[in-house]
Design a protein around this ligand. Structure first.
Ligand code: G1P
Length: 274
C-alpha cells in the first residue's frame, strides 16, 4: 500500500502575481477550496494517511489551512455556517500533515529529495503536483488508479497524457513499449524536449508513485534542463532498468499553474457543483 504522499509546494507562482505576492499559489481557490486541498483529497482517496509538504519561505498559510482554527470554529459553532468547515475538519482529523522546507529552488528532483525525511526510505510513496488538478467525475481519482498499477507492477508509476506536438517542451516526455491498454513500460524519458527531440507526444503530468531507490538516483543526478535537478532524469535511470510504468489515466487534468488552466478548472468545477 502507498501510505505517504509528498506535495512539492515551494514554487513562487509568479504567473499569478500580484495575487501570490503574500499568499502561496497553492492557496488560490477553485470555487471555495484551495488547490492544494483537492490534491490532499485525491491522496486520501488513494489510501494515503501521511501528507508531506515540501514548502518554502512565505508558505505558512498551508500549515494553518491543515490545522484547527479554534477561534473561527468557536465563532460559527451552532450557526448556519458551521457546515462550511465540516469537510476540511474531517480531512484534518483523518490525516497526518508534515512539513519541511526546500531552501533553494533547485528543481523538482531536489524538492522530492528534501521530502525524504517526511516519507522515509523503506516504502514507495506518491507525489502530487497540486498545480495539476485532476478530476475523474463519478470515477476513481487518478492517484487511486495509479496505486492499483503499483500494486500489480511494484515499480515507479507516472501518469501521462497525449499533448499537441507544439507543447511537448512544457513537459517530461516518455517513450516505451505498450504492454496493456493505456499502460507503457517506459524506455526513455526526457525533460521538456524541443519538438524535434521529442520521441512521442506522451507527457508526464503531476502524479507519480516512486520507489525509494529514487533518492539515491536523485543524489547522483546532475542539474539538467534549466540548470535544475530534474525528477525526470532520475526516473530515466529507473526506466533504463525497466522499472517505470507510464499510465494514460482516466479523467481530466487542468494546468492550474497557468491562468487559462486555472479559469478552465474553475468553470468546470462550477458547472459540476450545480
Ligand atoms: C514538472 C515536471 C515535468 C512534468 C510537469 C507536469 O514540470 O518537471 O516533467 O511534465 O511537471 O506538470 P513543471 O511544470 O514544474 O515545469
Amino acid at each position: 500500500m502507498i501510505k505517504k504522499c509528498l506535495f512539492p509546494a515551494a514554487g513562487y507562482g509568479t504567473r499569478f502575481l500580484p495575487a501570490t505576492k503574500a499568499m502561496p499559489k497553492e492557496m488560490l481557490p477553485i470555487l471555495t477550496k484551495p488547490i492544494i486541498q483537492y490534491g490532499v483529497e485525491e491522496a486520501k482517496e488513494a489510501g494515503c494517511e501521511v501528507m508531506g509538504f515540501v514548502t518554502g519561505r512565505g508558505k505558512r498559510a498551508l500549515e494553518d489551512h491543515f490545522d484547527i482554527s479554534y477561534e473561527l470554529e468557536h465563532q460559527i459553532k451552532g450557526t448556519s455556517k458551521e457546515h462550511y468547515l465540516t469537510e476540511i475538519r474531517e480531512l484534518i482529523n483523518s490525516c497526518i500533515f508534515t512539513y519541511t522546507r526546500q531552501n533553494e529552488m533547485r528543481g523538482l528532483g531536489d524538492a522530492i529529495y528534501k521530502g525524504k525525511s517526511l516519507v522515509g526510505e523503506s516504502d514507495a510513496f506518491a507525489v502530487i503536483l497540486a498545480d495539476d488538478l485532476c478530476v475523474n467525475e463519478n470515477g476513481e481519482g487518478v492517484l487511486s488508479q495509479m496505486v492499483k498499477l503499483y500494486n500489480k507492477y511494484r515499480c515507479s508509476v507516472v501518469a501521462i497524457m497525449e499533448v499537441e506536438k507544439k507543447d511537448v517542451d512544457k513537459y517530461g516526455i516518455i517513450s516505451g513499449k505498450k504492454i496493456d491498454e493505456d499502460i507503457y513500460m517506459v524506455e526513455k524519458m526526457i525533460e521538456k524536449p524541443g519538438p524535434d527531440e521529442a520521441p512521442t507526444n506522451l507527457a508526464i503530468i503531476g502524479r507519480y508513485i516512486l520507489t525509494p531507490d529514487i533518492f539515491e538516483l536523485i543524489k547522483d543526478t546532475k542539474p539538467g534542463k534549466n540548470g535544475e535537478i530534474q525528477i525526470t532524469d532520475a526516473l530515466n535511470e529507473q526506466a533504463k532498468k525497466g522499472m517505470v510504468i507510464a499510465y494514460k489515466f482516466k479523467g481530466k487534468r487542468f494546468d492550474c499553474g497557468s491562468v487559462e488552466g486555472f479559469v478552465e478548472a474553475t468553470n468546470y468545477m462550477y458547472e459540476m457543483s450545480k
